[in-house]
Design a protein around this ligand. Structure first.
Ligand SMILES: NC(=O)c1ccc[n+]([C@@H]2O[C@H](COP(=O)([O-])OP(=O)(O)OC[C@H]3O[C@@H](n4cnc5c(N)ncnc54)[C@H](O)[C@@H]3O)[C@@H](O)[C@H]2O)c1
Length: 237
């Protein structure tokens, strides 16, 4: 399968077109790759988003997109709880996978996917895009060249303010949908990946202090996409 894939012939399908899915579509197009299919939670949403984003084929579920023989690769930009079942189904259907972070909800699930992709000889990449930033690339080269000598202490932080207000909400806050690791699995996975990418070191143990800043959060009565900028009104709660 891999032999026939070229930039011109490759058939890519993207599942999930909320906040980050459209960024995948743009990145693919900037690399000269045509996006052939789009899968969403419902057929209606898929048709609407496909028209908006100029994608020829719309599917009401990832499983329907996997049945399309012209799709060689799927990009998964869906909420975390779907990554494991969707990646597994895609690999079993013979498709390469680029999955958003985190790859799965726990290490048992992710280990299964790593094993399966090896057995099937298919790509199962996780989108740790921050590695590609020039500063990160330079820092890695400096470590590799020995410019920094021995590393004793690594410090970093990842600042985000979208959960600042008591009314900020999306699926990330629901353990069944986002995972129990919460901020560690969400932005923390980027931070951990970046440090291991730059240094070549691996995490062996973790010591952490957790705090819940808002013991009560106000969940909107209907689902909200991430960072859409929509101003919610009292009627939404
Ligand atoms: N690498 C990064 O920088 C980065 C940034 C943001 C998000 N992410 C990751 O991307 C994923 C999506 O996050 P988001 O912020 O775009 O979320 P989002 O809520 O904005 O979008 C999720 C999309 O998935 C769709 N969806 C839900 N169920 C589906 C199903 N069964 N089949 C197909 N589509 C379905 C939703 O309708 C929505 O369009 C998460 O895993 C998140 O961790 C990564």
């Amino acid at each position: 399968m891999t032999e026939k894939l070229t930039k011109q012939s490759i058939g890519v399908g993207v599942a999930g077109t909320g906040f980050i899915g459209p960024a995948h579509i743009e990145a693919l197009r900037r690399n000269g790759i045509k996006v052939l299919g789009l899968a969403e939670a419902t057929k209606e949403k898929a048709v609407e988003k496909a028209a908006e984003l100029g994608i020829p084929r719309a599917f009401g579920s990832l499983y329907k997109m996997l049945a399309d023989p012209d799709i060689d690769v799927v990009h998964l930009a869906t909420p975390n709880y779907l990554h494991h079942p969707h990646t597994k189904a895609a690999l079993l259907a013979g498709k390469h996978v680029v999955c958003e972070k985190p790859l799965a909800m726990n290490t048992t699930e992710s280990a299964e996917l790593v094993k399966l992709s090896k057995e099937k000889n298919l790509v199962n990449a996780v989108n740790f895009n921050i590695r590609m930033y020039p500063l990160a690339q330079q820092a890695r080269s400096m470590v590799q060249n020995g410019d920094l000598g021995d590393l004793f202490i690594l410090q970093g932080s990842y600042l985000q303010d979208w959960l600042l207000f008591q009314t900020d909400w999306n699926w990330r806050l629901e353990p069944d949908l986002g995972g129990t690791l919460r901020a560690v699995g969400d932005i923390g996975s980027h931070w951990l990946d970046l440090l291991t990418f730059i240094t070549g070191l691996h995490v062996e143990e973790v010591y952490a202090d957790f705090k819940t800043f808002h013991p009560i959060r106000k969940k909107p009565a209907k689902p909200v996409e991430t960072y859409t900028g929509k101003i919610l009104t009292p009627e939404d709660y």
